[in-house]
Design a protein around this ligand. Sequence first.
Ligand code: ADP
Length: 489
Amino acid sequence: MSSDVLSQSDVQIQHTECFINGEWVPAQSGKTFATVNPATEEEIAQIAEGDAEDVNLAAIAARKAFDEGPWSKMDARDRGRLIYLLADRMEQEIESLAALETLDNGKPYQDSLTVDLPLAIDCLRYYAGYADKIHGKTIPIRGNHFCYTRQEAVGVAGQIIPWNFPILMVAWKWGPALAAGCTVVMKPAEQTPLTCLRLAQLAKEVGIPDGVINIVPGFGPTAGAAVVKHPMIDKVAFTGEHRTAQVITRESADTLQRLTFELGGKSPNVIFDDADLDAAVQGAYVGLFLNQGQCCCAGSRVFVHKSRHAEFIEKLQKLTLQRKVGDPFAADTQQGPQVDRSQYDKIMSYIEKGKEQGATCLTGGERVGEKGYFIAPTIFDGVNDDMAIAQDEIFGPVLSVLTFEDKEEIIQRANNTFYGLAAAVWTRDVALAHEFATRVRAGTVWVNCYDVFDAAAPFGGFKMSGHGRELGEEGLRAYTENKTVTIAL
Ligand code: ADP
């Protein structure tokens, strides 16, 4: 498949219904909703609009598959083997999955193909290898007893995911859940259901048993809320906005489901005066503009030491002006459209606020073309900490540049946000890098790099950016319960 010739009409849509107990079924209500191509604003397909009734059926199927097996009772190594086969299958279909992702989400096909898919496949392989390495401890307690712990699957996992990295979020959620032996009820984002549905079919084809993976597409307040309230669901893993997580926390009060959250950010990217400036410019550019700026860890507050500001701005502006925005299927496109009209409107309103509040718009600040939700890569200079663009998560291609003069000041300002997902520092001073990494209140700190992800490295937030961690061993533990067994001898 050549990326140059792909367009909406080249991509096959195979699955549009709910996937429950290994079967494709319409929503019980018969309702459907449109998923839209953000590059053309045209409808791609009608998707089953699941709600509480469909979530109930999915939860019953997942519960049965968990309680009765074979999944939770299967030898762990065999479970791992099936997860591995799913990863292999995704690799075989990498081009068509990447095309489907781009069609539904708008991200450049080259990014889907070379970033999202490889990371997702790698994540599944990482967790496949973990399946037979989940074990407890023997504990020397007082008296004549033998005491040990078991790490057991938490049970049925409800998983609610966003639209910014649809396939990758499926992998981050399924990988640890399946390795632990959980079964899953997943609600994909209403903007991007297509690849999640396709992956469910691939999971079935490689032999993951019916009922282990169930997908209910639909909207948050209906299908999503039903996942959170369902008494057969033991745990909810959610990625999205902190306000939705607050609603979910309230909604889960009756079921007391275990909750893990990966939420938003307003991550500081701090460039000291001794930094390798070319690398820092590249890091600021990628750290913000990657994925159309739709990253929870986007480096949206770039703090540059005053002495390097002019030089930094000149290089960043030059790079940004060359950024190619357009048809996400074109081979040279670096930036596609925002995911939908509501995100587009929100970002444009922040751009207006930035201008009104006195920041200097150096590049972009406007729509690109007349069709599709394209926004020119935007840099604001002269931003101060109180402006809306420096405070709120914009989730779009809007980079704010601020300046600073000394270390104490910048550590305090970097932490001056209720988020705490990620942070970066650029310096050649090792002691300074370590001090920053220690004192910044964020779940991930990058030193002289940005957006370096690995399935083995935990990711998640301090403060309003989340609860718990995904990826790595911590990500797996979030799908297990600890059981203590004590035997009188
Ligand atoms: P975004 O603004 O990025 O779409 P959201 O937090 O609104 O972020 O959405 C992330 C996911 O959460 C989506 O799958 C969405 O449908 C779901 N969601 C939204 N509201 C709720 C809710 N009240 N309960 C459960 N899930 C929800």
